[in-house]
Design a protein around this ligand. Sequence first.
Ligand SMILES: *Cc1c(COP(=O)(O)O)cnc(C)c1O
Length: 232
Amino acid sequence: MFSENVEIVLTKINNALAMRKETKKTGETVTLVAVTKNHPADVIRASMALGIVNIGENRVQEAKLKKTVVQNGPRWHLLGHLQTNKVKQAVEIFDIIESVDSEKILAAIDKAAEQQGKVQDVLLQLNIAEEAQKSGFDKESYEAVIPELKNFKNVRIRGIMVIAQKCEDVEETRPVFKKGYEKFCELQQYLGDAHVDILSMGMTHDYWIAVEEGANSVRIGTALFGERDYGR
Ligand SMILES: *Cc1c(COP(=O)(O)O)cnc(C)c1O
């Protein structure tokens, strides 16, 4: 059943790639990040057995526990909002932090990475859908951080992460993803840097739209593993 879900998702991604109307600067392949939050570590092993090596988690503590039991490490992606007091551990655990949503957190990650002798891969999360409850840089704070980015020597800015609003008609997410792609191209040009190569957009309810609009990394939980049980 799980392997069928993976097949369905991969097929939908490929169909979306074929639907693109123009060549995108994000390339022709899409990374599937399996979001295993609120699922047991077994789910990570099952994913890896099917060749999925990118695993997304929302919480530092949960990922830390799972990392101690999962062998032959996958690539760990942090997707959830990060608090300053968890930064040190996050830098220890995650290969990439996708949810950098303030200059303050970026500075804290830079400092922790320096102390750990690591260059930390990060994405800047942009709040394009502008929902009050969602985290991410808003327009103003993003414009303010851009000129500072080159000062952080211990982080590698790999690109942008976007979460679309939930809506009844999935087509309503398209302008958000279009904007995300524009912002990615701007960032790539601004940093003039081959390291800017990841545009993480799209979840279970909208990933094919995101891929059509240029996403090259999608974060998918429910479509792979079913509904999450938050009572666990
Ligand atoms: C939980 C989560 C996902 C996966 O959501 P699904 O709708 O289950 O695919 C993706 N991205 C982020 C940031 C998340 O928090």
